[in-house]
Design a protein around this ligand. Structure first.
Ligand code: ARG
Length: 389
């Protein structure tokens, strides 16, 4: 028997994968990572065991996920193609890390996942595992088996007595964690089809959100959010609290066409209330505390960093080096940002910092101006010289 630790979600694909693997002489340990998807783990555990897993590991990765993956991405202002806060993409390296850890502990030579051959997630899982432990061999049943449709998988499941929820036909593919939800497929595959209201799980529609705005004060220390309205929060609790607040005010919905690593354009709907609030606040504090050249250079870093995260290169040398650069910039990013949450918008309305580079005496058009305007004339002559020539 070959021992395999399979990243298990409890859904149809990975349930069928357990059976498929056991039929091919694998001893399957189901590995279930908790990244905040809000599942009933007892039900899922039972399902894995009934389907043929010899053991189920439930691994709570929520804290590690927020501190070591989400917050570094926040410091980078990471966002893919201007709209996607990378919730799914960020969760893959932490799950893969846990999976590798579990495989090493179980002394398994194989790891497995239930990703299709068309997506980004297979790349993220496998490249991460490759970097962390190149000896582990990967099996991806969904890429190999001869079950071309969801209905074929359901048939297979029925034939093999695999307990699944076949009663209610799942209209969409949903991936959820503490940093947000990704919703795709089904009717959403038509990019002109408007997402129906009932697909949203984390946010209220703007029609039903409160008429009155809510103000929230977020305190950052070296780029890391630490307090909400003066109260200290642990990282996970802080993100959860802002998801609730932002969700209530309809913040964080995105509908986009994105470019996958494998060359396909796909349509995805996202909800990420906390990500939007924190990202807006963090960027505002950087604009207050960082010098112009650093801000402009960091914007380029943000683009590259986001691509690397999306492409599954979390543990790559370049991404690691960019983290060091970003950490250097964040030394000054301490202070408080006041955000107005209202009808789908998170708007920064105030910012203050002990490291503020804003000088009212330089900026003012009123009394007490210390900026010597007479110097501007010569400055412009020299600045414009290359073009005058
Ligand atoms: N498109 C997103 C990404 O590649 C999410 C993928 C998973 N989406 C889903 N609805 N299951 O990061």
């Amino acid at each position: 028997m070959k021992k395999i630790v399979l990243a298990y979600s409890g859904g149809l694909d990975t349930s069928v994968a357990i059976k498929w693997l056991t039929e091919r002489d694998y001893e399957v340990v189901a590995y279930l990572a908790d990244v905040g998807q809000g599942q009933d783990f007892n039900v899922v555990k039972e399902r894995a065991l009934k389907t043929g897993a010899v053991k189920v590991i439930i691994d709570d990765l929520k804290r590690e996920f927020v501190s070591d993956f989400i917050f570094p991405a926040l410091k980078a202002n990471a966002v893919y193609e201007g709209k996607y806060f990378l919730a799914t993409a960020l969760s893959r390296p932490v799950i893969a890390k846990g999976l590798v850890r579990a495989a090493e502990k179980e002394k398994a030579a194989y790891i497995g996942h239930g990703c299709t051959g068309k997506g980004n997630d297979q790349v993220r899982f496998e490249v991460t595992a490759m970097i962390l432990n190149p000896k582990l061999k990967v099996v991806a049943p969904v890429r190999e088996w001869d079950l071309p449709t969801r209905d074929a998988e359901i048939e297979y499941a029925k034939l093999h007595d695999i307990p699944i929820d076949v009663t209610k036909k799942k209209p969409y593919s949903i991936d959820k964690n503490v940093w947000g939800i990704s919703i795709e497929s089904g009717k959403l595959e038509d990019p002109y089809f408007e997402p129906p209201e009932d697909i949203y799980q984390m946010s209220t529609s703007v029609d039903k959100s409160p008429k009155k705005a809510a103000y929230v004060e977020i305190y950052f220390e070296k780029g890391i959010p630490k307090k909400i309205n003066g109260l200290t929060y642990a990282p996970l609790k802080l993100v959860e609290a802002l998801n609730v607040l932002g969700g209530k005010h309809g913040i964080g919905r995105t509908d986009m066409i994105e470019d996958r690593l494998v060359g396909i354009k796909s349509r995805e709907i996202y909800e990420a209330p906390a990500a939007v609030i924190l990202s807006e606040a963090h960027k505002a504090l950087e604009l207050l505390t960082l010098d112009r050249e650093t801000i402009h250079f960091k914007e380029k870093v943000t683009l590259e960093y986001s691509r690397l995260v999306y492409f599954g290169l979390w543990y790559s040398p370049l991404k690691t080096a960019l983290d060091r650069f970003i950490d250097t910039t964040q030394k000054r990013v301490t202070g408080t940002v006041r955000v107005r949450c209202h009808k789908g918008h998170a708007v920064v309305v105030g910012r203050k910092s002990p490291h503020s580079l804003y000088r009212e005496t330089l900026a003012t058009y009123g009394e007490g101006d210390t900026f010597d305007q007479s110097l501007a004339k010569g400055f412009i002559q020299i600045f414009g010289l290359p073009y005058r020539k």
